[in-house]
Design a protein around this ligand. Structure first.
Ligand code: GTP
Length: 596
């Protein structure tokens, strides 16, 4: 155990976590320059493009230190987004130390602070690392001051690097060896292994990622998940190098994988404790919690005969993402589909993109919703995350909606604009801190529904990209909630219905109508778009009819242009849905969510 170090890299989004991880991998020689590019730590396309690491993964780096000894450095990757903070906390619970990475040009941001607090909760050794020192706009002195003043850490111990240029990497590895303590734990004690992730392998089933706290696990053992007492027989244990590498056993202090015939990733709960069935440990490891989705939306196939296909795709997708849940749903307008739960809006976007790209599905997503709580006049209480189940206003005694506590960090010059935005979003109980001159930390309590409705975009735009944001769900509070329906040519499009705050209903109805007017292409007849609460119409717009045939324009022109136009229309149609006689593009459903 003296030669093991378990650590993680925590950072604000885009501060260079993946780039640094790749450098560490490269430096320790697990991978050479040639294979390096295709085998980087976060290997999903979307992650690469968005620059967001979504799933935690682990890798063991063999490092020959300057003291001549070879250490096993277990790097546990953490997702870098607010939607995944529970996953981050479980990954951190598997470590003894972290590299706290800070962009030399951007300095400390909200996620830096949020992640630092998580690391402190686990009593981890924290090594501040200033990255991107190669940038002309790098201001290392300012970051050092922030480490002292804003983070309350000893800036003496900071390291500097450029993950991109590959400078300062060896110093980081040496610091991991010398400053992060080796793991504790007793290999003879009953097994206690912390699950921090799992992924699905088409050949082997679920691969459990875990940190052994105490005891030993080897193939042939019968293990038990302490949260639900399910038992499995261990087929294989091992370490993660670039590929999996089989080992006879995993012992206290180690990080590795267990394969035990577990069918799906959803049978494995992040944060759960694995023990031996025969000789169990007395308590589960602390910190386990069921992950609960907070944002809900329905997914429908664009063509209804693709339903079975979509069902298979969702089954497959879920094998690898246990935090994604779904059940059957149906809509009058869109036919059979699925009601899905997500950890947040970003998670929703990721699922949508992956279904489209990797599983080749053409889908329509309904308006996202949070989970509301209604107490009826007969005293019964229930939670509604689907506007289709809105109980009917006359039977409701009390309506409540989920609230979050948002921490916003921004340069002081944007304070006015951000406060205005938060007030507009029904924010309350604000507090203001000045962690350092020129920067403010603003804390607001806000309805979650307002945040999933275009808050990120607006916040980024009013702070010109300099603001950062973190949140946690706190409680339910009373709010007057009504059901807003959207009618297209008199037909209610149930997938566009939303539960909204009464004060918002009118504006939201108008916006939805306007948006639809922009997104729905003109057709051969006039189309009326209306917003309604109960029977009452609160907003209305119309789309006037076509004057000319699209093709007519091309007559006498180039024939290939005409063909192109037709093809384009055909492609466009693939993403349309007929509501009565009107075809509505997928983009219209999404745009109803956005404001300006
Ligand atoms: P998330 O996964 O979104 O949290 O991002 P990340 O923290 O993993 O950041 P990533 O490694 O993807 O880097 C973000 C961007 O910063 C990329 O465009 C990198 O090329 C760039 N970058 C990373 N390290 C350096 C550095 O040392 N210098 C410069 N100039 N750019 C860097």
């Amino acid at each position: 155990m003296d030669y093991i170090r378990n650590f993680s890299i925590i950072a604000h989004i885009d501060h260079g976590k993946s780039t640094l991880a790749d450098r560490l991998i490269q430096f320790t020689g697990v991978s050479d320059e040639r294979t390096f590019k295709d085998q980087m730590l976060d290997n999903m396309d979307i992650e690469r493009e968005r620059g967001i690491t979504i799933k935690s993964q682990a890798i063991t780096l063999p490092y020959k230190a300057r003291d001549g000894r070879t250490y096993s450095l277990n790097l546990i990757d953490t997702p870098g987004h607010v939607d995944f903070s529970y996953e981050v906390s479980r990954a951190l619970a598997s470590c003894e130390g972290v590299l706290l990475l800070i962009d030399a040009a951007q300095g400390v941001q909200a996620q830096t602070v949020a992640n630092l607090y998580l690391a402190m909760e686990h009593d981890l050794e924290i090594i501040p690392v200033i990255n991107k020192i190669d940038l002309p706009s790098a201001d290392v002195e300012r970051v050092i001051e922030q480490i002292d003043d804003e983070l309350g850490l000893d800036s003496e111990g900071h390291l500097k690097c450029s993950a991109k240029a590959g400078t300062g990497i060896e110093e980081i590895l040496e610091a991991i060896v010398h400053r992060i303590p080796p793991p504790k734990g007793n290999p003879e004690a009953p097994l206690a292994a912390l699950i921090f992730d799992a992924h699905y392998d088409a050949f082997r089933g679920t691969i459990i990622h875990c940190r052994i706290m105490d005891g030993t696990v080897k193939s042939g053992d019968t293990i038990r998940f302490m949260s639900n007492s399910a038992t499995y027989r261990v087929e294989e244990t091992g370490h993660f190098l670039l590929q999996r590498e089989k080992r006879q056993a995993l012992c206290a202090g180690e990080v590795g994988y267990i394969i035990a015939g577990v069918k799906t990733v959803s049978d494995v709960r992040t944060g759960d404790t694995i023990t031996l069935d025969e000789n169990p440990c007395s308590h589960p490891l602390p910190g386990f919690r069921e992950v609960k989705p907070v944002v809900f939306a329905s997914i429908y196939p664009i063509a209804s005969d693709d339903y079975e296909d979509l069902k298979t795709a969702l089954e497959k997708y879920q094998l690898n993402d246990a935090s994604f849940i779904y059940t059957k749903d149906s809509s009058a307008a869109l036919g059979q589909g699925f009601r899905c739960g997500f950890l947040g809006l970003l998670h929703l976007e990721v699922v949508q993109e992956r279904l489209e790209r990797e599983y080749d599905q053409s889908i329509i997503l309904s308006v996202p919703s949070v989970r509301y709580r209604f107490t009826l006049k007969d005293g019964s209480v229930f939670y509604v995350d689907n506007p289709a189940h809105y109980p009917g206003s006359s039977s409701i005694e009390l309506s409540e909606e989920p609230y979050i506590r948002a921490t916003l960090m921004l340069p002081e010059r944007y304070l006015g604009a951000v406060m205005k935005l938060c007030m507009e979003k029904r924010g309350t109980n604000s507090t203001l801190n000045y962690p350092s001159p020129g920067r403010v930390e603003l804390i607001y309590e806000l309805p979650l529904a307002e945040v999933i409705y275009d808050f990120y975009d607006r916040f980024k735009s009013v702070t010109q990209g300099y603001g950062s944001f973190d949140y946690e769900v706190i409680d339910y509070r009373e709010g007057q909630l009504v059901l807003l329906d959207i009618l297209v040519n008199g037909e209610r499009v149930d997938a566009l219905s939303q539960i909204v705050h009464r004060d918002r209903a009118r504006a939201r109805g108008l916006q939805a109508c306007e948006r639809l007017r922009e997104e729905i292409p003109r057709q051969m007849f006039k189309i009326a778009i209306q917003g309604a609460i109960g029977g009452e119409i609160i907003s209305r717009t119309t789309i006037s009819a076509f004057r000319k045939d699209v093709i007519a324009k091309c007559y006498g022109g180039d024939i290939s242009r005409k063909r192109k136009l037709l093809e384009k229309q055909k492609k466009g149609k693939k993403r349309m849905k007929m509501i009565g006689q009107v075809s509505i593009p997928q983009s219209a459903f999404l745009s109803v969510l956005k404001s300006d």
